[in-house]
Design a protein around this ligand. Structure first.
Ligand SMILES: NC(=O)c1ccc[n+]([C@@H]2O[C@H](COP(=O)([O-])OP(=O)(O)OC[C@H]3O[C@@H](n4cnc5c(N)ncnc54)[C@H](O)[C@@H]3O)[C@@H](O)[C@H]2O)c1
Length: 381
């Protein structure tokens, strides 16, 4: 059995934002090695970026078509492709990668329409390939603890969920200054239907789904574009009704001056509640009806096995974003090995976020935009 994989990265060039985070997250576990890349939107920058990363010139490609074509013919072809390009390119790149028989790890939002996402899901299934989406916040050990506690009924029947994802970096018209990341995010042709909604709201939707496994029944969304001239939303408030009667309030906003990546999750059941804040990611506060608040800590004596296997360092040493991100890749790599070798998937692989979650995330964006336009509650169908 092959335990160490190789991968190619598409996007993530010299001046890119999230690609280097993916590379570091993968490197944390030494389970996959970067050996090929088409790292940028121009040939010159792709080659220069590959050189800076020390890639073999033979496997430093000018564009993704060349990479997929040439890698597919090599006996030592890469095992999977990590796609970290702007949103509008996810679908064509992922489609071509799957068609060439590569497993795929794709950043969010998975695609620009749910029809595209479903197509990728079906394509991956039909070719027995793994396609994971990097909803990286699901990788935190204490998020996995929360998921286990909701599932085992500790909180009772879930009544109310609050999820906030707040940033302040787009509180002014950064796109007009030529800022790379702000520019494509402000362009509907590149970003897709959602602004803050697509960029971080999709993480928020996924985090609720991952932890609670509640199924949305309907939603009502209010989208604002506070910064003059901005066409996409920079602030989203969404109320979600779930099957079974639970109610969710999700806010995703990029105009919250003072917030960098303020993510909080609070869940209230009829027997107890839990709360988690990304800035204190190693802690999960749990309060049972009529009792004092208890803090579960990562690595503590009574945490769930899903949290234990998701931990990297001994208790007391703070873990964070990179370790959580690496858990997505640990799961994806285990899933790929299981798929290739016909072995049972590990628990980490079972916790990995797959393309069905990617499709749900894109559907969420579509329904919120429809709801906001109609100023009406929309059934989730
Ligand atoms: N999971 C997360 O938390 C998270 C965080 C930030 C961004 N993202 C997502 O990651 C993606 C990239 O975002 P970013 O902020 O890094 O953007 P970015 O603009 O910083 O980087 C994009 C990179 O892709 C390259 N690129 C563009 N078109 C390409 C093509 N056709 N072929 C090869 N390379 C190409 C660019 O040259 C650049 O290197 C987006 O989909 C975004 O939503 C996810």
């Amino acid at each position: 059995m092959k335990n160490r994989l190789t991968y190619a990265m598409i996007g993530g060039g010299i001046d890119a934002n999230i690609g280097q985070v993916h590379r570091r997250a993968i490197a944390l576990d030494s389970r996959a090695q970067l050996v090929a890349g088409a790292l940028s939107s121009t040939a010159d920058k792709s080659i220069a970026s590959a050189k800076a990363l020390g890639l073999d010139p033979d496997r430093s490609y000018s564009n993704y078509q060349q990479l997929l074509e040439q890698e597919s013919k090599r006996p030592d072809r890469v095992d999977f492709v990590s796609i970290v390009t702007p949103n509008d390119t996810h679908y064509p790149i992922a489609k071509l990668a799957l068609e060439h028989g590569f497993h795929v790890v794709l950043d969010k939002p998975a695609t620009q329409s749910s029809a595209q996402a479903r197509e990728l899901e079906e394509l991956a299934d039909s070719k027995a390939l793994v396609c994971c989406v990097t909803y990286n916040y699901t990788g935190y050990p204490m998020i996995r603890q929360a998921r286990a506690m909701v599932h085992d009924g500790t909180l009772g029947t879930i009544r109310k969920v609050f999820l906030e994802y707040h940033q302040g970096w787009l509180a002014s018209d950064l796109a007009s200054t030529g800022h790379k990341q702000a520019s494509w995010r402000a362009d509907p042709a590149r970003a897709g239907l959602g602004g803050a909604l697509g960029d971080i709201g999709t993480h928020a939707e996924n985090l609720i789904s991952f932890v609670t496994r509640l199924e949305p029944e309907s939603l009502y969304a209010k989208l604002n574009s506070f910064v003059p001239g901005r066409t996409l939303d920079d602030d989203a408030s969404v109320m979600i009704n779930y099957h079974g009667g639970a109610h969710g309030v999700l806010t995703a906003s990029q105009i919250c001056i003072g917030q960098a990546n303020g993510i909080s999750l609070r869940i209230y059941g009829d027997q107890g509640s839990l709360e988690w804040y990304q800035e204190a990611a190693n802690d999960l506060r749990v309060t049972m009806l009529g009792a004092n608040t208890v803090t579960y800590t990562r690595g503590g004596p009574d945490v769930h096995s899903d949290a234990v296997i998701s931990s990297h360092t001994p208790p007391g040493h703070p873990e964070g974003y990179l370790e959580a991100f690496s858990n997505i890749y640990r799961g994806a790599i285990d899933a790929i090995i299981a798929q290739n070798d016909g072995v049972h998937e590990s628990r980490l692989a079972q916790l990995a976020t797959r393309m069905d979650a990617g499709t749900q995330g894109v559907r969420f964006i579509e329904l919120c935009v429809e709801s906001a336009k109609k100023n009406a509650q929309i059934n989730w169908a």
